[in-house]
Design a binder for this molecule. Structure first.
Ligand code: NAD
Length: 361
């Protein structure tokens, strides 16, 4: 049956990096005669300018009908003052919510050749390989009530951090199962010392541990994890955290690996439907300059092939091609240590060349 892929480039470098991923996808579709249909639509600020909404209804409908969504990035300063419902980020939050993409998988790994691009000493980050499982559709980003009150003095604003038992169990299940397939270690992160919701989170995850005797479970306070990720990241295998803590910790982990431009992510629901996006944003500071690193987006395509499109072998070939690309010394500006760097548009053709060679051998 035809698999449906929806490409949503979004704003800023989202446009540039999705175009690179599409080149790789086009190549693989021809090479393997894949029965995929590919559609492009606007989201974010770009969609707001053209259609008056960051997530137009037809885009949402198409997303719901797709097997995999390749999402670039959204946002830019010119839209920062729009009212909440029109802000580009609503596209992302809306898709996560509407498609119930509750499990965000964010691998953080280091290509040892890039250790010098990391701000952390080499011996600390060598062989870094962590998976952060972040809850994506609940917690404080969606909790009600929320608001800004200006009718009282002093003015105030508030949000609600809330998780029910089912939400905690379904994300913890993803994390326990991921740990089983990796090195059997799971660290659950919260702030059980100060937050009721965290204490509840800890008790549920602890209760589930008996069903996973092969997984070594630990608990850690989020502030400590932020510090430990920098001091000794190799102590972790899989980390599971709420929406807020996972957001912060995965960006720290991304920095360890040298550039946020290298790291993909997958957001999955309870079917195999998923949205795949780089961990980075729309990078307005470098947008339109053809210097963004598209590897995170290309690696996100690999995750889509693996988790939603039933093409795990092709996913592995892309991952290997990226390793070869780095081993061959190819660098975009963000990971280059000299003045010799590739433009965004030069990356996909080199990855395709490596894929062509591996299929010929
Ligand atoms: P950002 O990730 O866009 O950029 C942070 C820094 O990393 C910048 O210096 C940028 O140039 C660099 N960078 C990011 N991706 C890169 C790449 N592929 N290659 C080379 N360098 C790269 O984060 P920000 O600056 O905090 O946010 C910019 C905009 O993006 C904001 O509007 C924000 O809301 C939005 N944002 C969107 C998403 C998303 O769509 N998923 C995620 C984060 C931020």
């Amino acid at each position: 049956m035809t698999k449906k892929i929806l490409i949503l480039p979004g704003d800023g470098i989202g446009q540039e990096v999705t175009s690179s991923a599409q080149e790789v996808l086009d190549y693989l579709m021809v090479e393997n005669a894949l029965d995929f249909s590919v559609t492009h639509m606007d989201v974010g600020g770009t969609a707001y300018e053209k259609h008056g909404s960051p997530l137009p209804a037809d885009v949402l409908a198409e997303a719901k009908a797709s097997d995999a969504i390749l999402f670039g990035a959204v946002g830019a300063p010119q839209w920062d003052d729009l009212d909440w419902d029109h802000r580009p980020e609503q596209a992302l939050l809306g898709l996560r919510k509407e498609l119930e993409l509750f499990a965000n998988l964010r691998p953080a790994f280091l290509f040892n050749e890039l250790a010098s691009a990391s701000p952390i000493k080499n011996h600390i980050i060598e062989n870094l390989d962590i998976l952060i499982v972040r809850e994506l559709t609940g917690g404080i980003y969606f909790g009600e009530p929320r608001g800004l009150v200006t009718s009282e003095s002093p003015h105030y604003a508030f949000n609600t951090m809330i998780y029910n038992e089912d939400e905690i169990r379904r994300i913890a299940k993803v994390a326990f199962e991921a740990a089983q397939k990796r090195n059997g270690k799971l660290c659950s992160v919260e702030k059980a010392n100060v937050l009721e919701v965290s204490k509840f989170w800890r008790s549920i995850v602890s209760d589930m541990a008996k069903d996973y005797p092969d997984v070594e479970l630990s608990h850690q306070l989020a502030d400590n994890t932020a510090m430990q990720l920098v001091l000794n990241p190799n102590q972790y295998d899989v980390i599971v955290a709420s929406n807020l803590f996972g957001d912060i910790l995965s960006d720290i982990a991304a920095t360890l690996s040298g550039s946020i431009g290298m790291l993909p992510s997958a957001s999955l629901n309870s079917t195999s439907q998923g949205m795949y996006e780089p961990c980075h944003g729309s990078a307005p500071d470098i947008a339109g300059q053809n210097i963004a690193n598209p590897i995170a987006m290309i690696a996100s395509l690999a995750m889509a092939l693996k988790y939603s499109l039933n093409e795990a072998k092709l996913a592995e070939r892309i991952d290997n091609a990226i390793k070869t690309f780095i081993a061959n010394g190819h660098r975009t500006k963000d990971i280059s240590t000299d003045n010799n760097s590739l433009n965004t548009s030069e990356v996909a053709p080199l990855i395709i060349e490596i894929l062509q060679n591996d299929s010929a051998n």
